[in-house]
Design a protein around this ligand. Sequence first.
Ligand SMILES: *Cc1c(COP(=O)(O)O)cnc(C)c1O
Length: 398
Amino acid sequence: MPGFEIFGEEERKHVQDVLNTGVLFRYGFDGARQGHWKAKTFEQTLAKRANVPHCHLCSSGTAAVGIALAACGVGAADEVIVPPFTFVATFESVLMAGAIPVFSEIDETLCLDPKALEKKLTARTKAVMPVHMCGAMAQVDELKEFCQRKGLILIEDACQSVGATFNGQWLGTFGQMGCFSFDPVKTITCGEGGAIITHDQKAYELAQAFADHGHDHIGNDRGAEDHPIMGLNYRISELNAAVGLAQLLKLDDILAKQRANKDALKTAMSEYKHISFRKLPDKKGDSATFLSFMMPDESQARRITKKLAEAGVDGCFYWYDNNWHYLRKWHHLKNMKAAAKLPAQLFNHCPDYNSLSLPQSDAIMSRTISMLIKLSWTRQDLDKRIAAIKNIFDEHKY
Ligand SMILES: *Cc1c(COP(=O)(O)O)cnc(C)c1O
């Protein structure tokens, strides 16, 4: 999965370009930068790949989600429907926008269940934010249809799924805005970085202004720029953008390698009739960063997770016990622990997350194991891994 496995000459060259000019800032310094615009080139390249008119590169995926919420007009006391299986950044960004995360069930796509949304609607519901987890898609066509029917904003957290598609269309392009992360362990990395993409010109303009103190970035005189809104600093540096640009140009190779490696594992595991797999609404569009499979029940999932670790099959995750990715162990959220006092509207309107019950999600997550797909595996590594897995499954008569 992670692009850091394949750093090479390309990353070094783009970083060296930037160091040679001395211009680490993404805006201005036109003469000094000798034609090197790493952030801008990244944005144009990603937008072209995703087939959208606008992309803005920023400092992290968390920043991207925050920027998307602001640019789409989600703010104080608005409710945003999110899944309980994601990275903490999703709900953090909602809370920091002054809005309220409302958790709704996932289905066997491991993403928001379109059929469960209706029950979560209130007069305050403003947006739905599906998270395309572990490299693959939610049932995004149905989520989009629901949002259109109800007049809600659709923001896609595609931080883990750059390059993945649904019916040939990039994830992140179905709603008003899509968000990506290029942190050190994502499919491609800037070191730290993120991006938003959108079809909406107005939302894009707000996003790029919000990400840089509200500067409008119109004209060449930075000092004379207007400030249509207030913002913050979520800028990327040219150094990070340079690493990301080299990685972005390798995306097709990365995806092809992941898909081949995943295919070999999945084919071998498909022989076992008591093992099922994550539902993929469009198999061809999977970016194949993980192979997620379901055991018949929780105790067997726990036993097999342990057996896999003992057999040296590394990179297996039992998310149900994981405090980064599943709500069950988000004690800081459940107790609303923040560094400083949160805005009053959050305390007035946030549900009690401690007593929240999501039985459908629990039933799925307690049976699910995800295996990280690596780029650096040799054929031998893969054969060894397959043999070790089959050994365990045979022993338990799956
Ligand atoms: C990684 C991730 C983020 C945040 O990205 P950062 O670049 O680490 O800030 C947000 N949402 C999801 C689903 C992620 O996996």
